[in-house]
Unconditional design. Sequence first.
Length: 254
Amino acid sequence: MDISGNTIFIPGATSGIGLALALALRDKGNTVIVGGRRTELLARIAAENPGIDTVRIDTADPASIAAAAAEVLDRHPDLDALVAMAGIMRVEDWHKPESFLDSAEEIITTNVLGPIRLIAAFVGHFQTRPAATIVTVSSGLAFAPLKATPSYNASKAAIHMLSESLRLQLADTGVRVMELVPPAVRTALMPGQETSEWAMPLDEFVAEVVALLESDPDAQEIQVERVKFLRYAEARGDYPQVVATLNDADPHGK
C-alpha cells in the first residue's frame, strides 16, 4: 500500500493502535474514515481531528457491517483500503468452562467473524478499483501463545492463515492483502497494558509501522522489530524458550 493518496476505512479505530494509525495515515496525505460503536466518541474524534470522517459500526453485528459498508461506499466511492482493526482480548481460565465460554465466543465473533464479514462487504468493490489493499491485524501471539488468553491467541492465528489464503486467492486481482503483526503495545486492550514496561510505546509502534509502509509498500507482513522474537520462534528453533520467556515476563501469563 502506498503511504499516501489512499481512501482508507479503519473500523475499530476510536482508540489505541487504530486511532493512532488513522491519524498518522491522515497526516501522510490519505483520506481516513474511522469506524466505531460509540457515536459520541466518533463525533469528538471528527471535531478534534480535521480531515477524519467517521461512521458508526459494530463489527460483531452483521447488519451493522452491511449498513456501514453501504454508508462508507456512498460517501467515499473511491475507497481503496480497509484496515480491519477491531478486536478484543480477555483473560480466560479453562479450568472452569462456565467462566470463559461466553467470553471466548465473543472474542471469536469480534476477532474472526468481524474481519471476515468486513472483507466480504468490501472485496467486490475493491476488485473494481485499479488497486486496493486489505490490511488484516493479527498479533505476535498468533505465533507464540500467552497462556492466559487462549481464545485471543487462536483468533489471531486464524487471521494469519486467513491472510495467507486470501493473498493466494486474490493474486489474480488488483487487491493486495497485508497483515499487520503487532507485539504488545501500550493501549487499553488489557488492564494495565497502557503503562506496562513490557509493552511497546504506542507512538514508537505507529512510527515504525509507517516507516515500514514507506520503505516497502508491497510487504506481505508489517512486522516491527519487537514482534520478531515471537514471530520467528519456531523458525529459529527456540520456540519452547520463547513461550517460557513470554509467559514468565507478561503479568497476564501467570
